[in-house]
Design a protein around this ligand. Structure first.
Ligand code: AMP
Length: 143
């Protein structure tokens, strides 16, 4: 049985404008913003605007929109961070590693010799996140 969507999650608050985010990209169906505790520099989260808890309940059309945005962000991140590769991750339910219960896909620009920061991760400096978001927006605009 799927678990009901809970409107009190932090990404629902970002969508409602109740808490800030360093937004990288937005369209009618999706929003992309910087992860505040990044696993690597340039770590972005892509979410649907529609209510979906995770991969188990998302409507296929919303998932398609999310993955289309994921590809845009991946390409921009490769350019902006001169990345050697990209890691895309999605966790569903607590046992699957999910901590925020609004569907999100992680996009991580990777360098050949980098290491993903171990959990629990520190909050990034807000100025650094703002600068990374700006680099990504510039790469998207140039694409
Ligand atoms: P997950 O384990 O897939 O549910 O990961 C949730 C992600 O959300 C983690 O990488 C957190 O660092 C990130 N996160 C939590 N709160 C915020 C927030 N307010 N803004 C941006 N990212 C967040």
């Amino acid at each position: 049985m799927t678990v009901a969507y809970d409107d009190s999650n932090v990404f629902a608050k970002i969508l409602r404008g109740e808490i800030p985010a360093h937004v990288v990209y937005e369209d009618a169906q999706t929003l992309a913003f910087m992860d505040i505790m990044p696993a690597v520099d340039g770590h972005v989260l892509v979410i649907p605007k529609a209510k979906a808890r995770n991969i188990l309940d998302v409507r296929p059309e919303d998932l398609l929109a999310v993955m289309t945005t994921v590809q845009k962000i991946a390409r921009a991140a490769k350019t902006a961070f001169l990345a050697d590769g990209i890691t895309v991750q999605q966790f569903s339910e607590a046992a699957g590693g999910q901590e925020v219960f609004h569907l999100h896909v992680h996009v991580l620009p990777r360098q050949a010799a980098d290491k993903v920061r171990p959990l629990p991760r520190p909050f990034a400096d807000q100025k650094v996140l703002a600068a990374h978001a700006e680099k990504l927006r510039a790469a998207l605009a140039a694409a």
